[in-house]
Design a protein around this ligand. Sequence first.
Ligand code: ATP
Ligand code: MG
Length: 397
Amino acid sequence: MKEIVMVKYGEIALKGDNRNVFENMLQKNIKNRLKKLGRFDYYRKQSTIYITPLEDIDIGLVVKKLGYIFGIGAIQRCAVFPKDFSAVAAGAKEYLFDTLDRVGSFKVEAKRADKSFPLTSPQIQQQLGDVVSEAFSHLKVDVHNPDVTVRLEIRDNGAYLSAERLTGAGGMPVGSSGKALLMLSGGIDSPVAGYMMAKRGLVVDCIHYVSPPYTSERARIKVEKLCEELTNYCGDIIFYCVPFTEIQEKLRDNCPEEYFTVLMRRLMVKIANKICERDGYGAIITGESVAQVASQTLSALYCTNAAAEYPVFRPVIGMDKIEITEISRKIGTYETSIMPYEDCCTVFSPKHPRTKPRYEDILTAEQSFDFSALVEDAVEKTEVKRFRYGEETVLLD
Ligand code: ATP
Ligand code: MG
């Protein structure tokens, strides 16, 4: 029995004249993610992409991979029959067995896109309902809250029978909204922020600041692992690793300790500005959330924000830690995020940070040392790596 996967659009379906651009982007992303599994044929019609394997391929794995791709509203695994009800009826029991044998109730939904098909949708529902009831006598019909919905869609190229429809990842296809630079720390929040912005269709590349020997190689490996985990959703990711030791030392030696965190954050942003400009990023993303720590008060955020020359997206700004943690568990970054390695922010962090820094005072403090050459130097010495989707994750022992 020939089995295919139908992908139904999410938000793309609401697009107008330029919808094609989004559809092309989604299809390209799907092809990229599935290419290692084998060869497929792609066909697009009526807000649906039909993905047909051209060789023996594990459809369960295809469905699983599709579940991570933004822009997809629903994923439906189906058997393809000729457009002839008796052919569907003859094959239904075998195809539906694995799903229906284990459940208690079902209903049938039919859709007749091809109006030349002799049965109307209600007639299909009725007749297919009878076929299923006969084949699986233990099943009850429950039109309101069935365990399984059996769907038959009569479309241009065949009759598609399905008992498995999964909700897709939603959002917009990665790459359809431009690209942004995620300030990725080793914490819980920033990977979630990256996930959320990739869901809006942004290519998300990552920038991370390290301060060896104050921060360990393990801390860096941990962040790289987060980056790899994000490729499940974001696709390939460019990773910028910025040497930040000298800047932090100069900050420590020259600036008032109470302003350290905000000054450091501003310098991070200034480096990010330069990379955005050089490599064409349109925004900076952070995992900041109002009131979570001293550097995330309104005054501190004002000071950090003022250093940015690009829009700063903070998708978790209004979420509490429990909500953010829930998402991080769902997307699979939590376990890595809670590994204990020190981040460069914690290393020199002041005992009593100023929670309401005045912008004027910050600017004055910043002038106690000319950081511009060090910023240029850090950009120059930034290491760049590419994490490719689907490649092995480096595991910590
Ligand atoms: P997270 O859980 O993302 O680490 P956090 O709650 O620990 O966030 P902070 O340490 O104040 O908050 O950092 C705020 C944001 O600044 C982070 O979400 C991240 O976007 C950025 N950031 C902090 N440290 C680094 C770093 N070493 N490299 C890159 N970005 C960083
Ligand atoms: Mg942190």
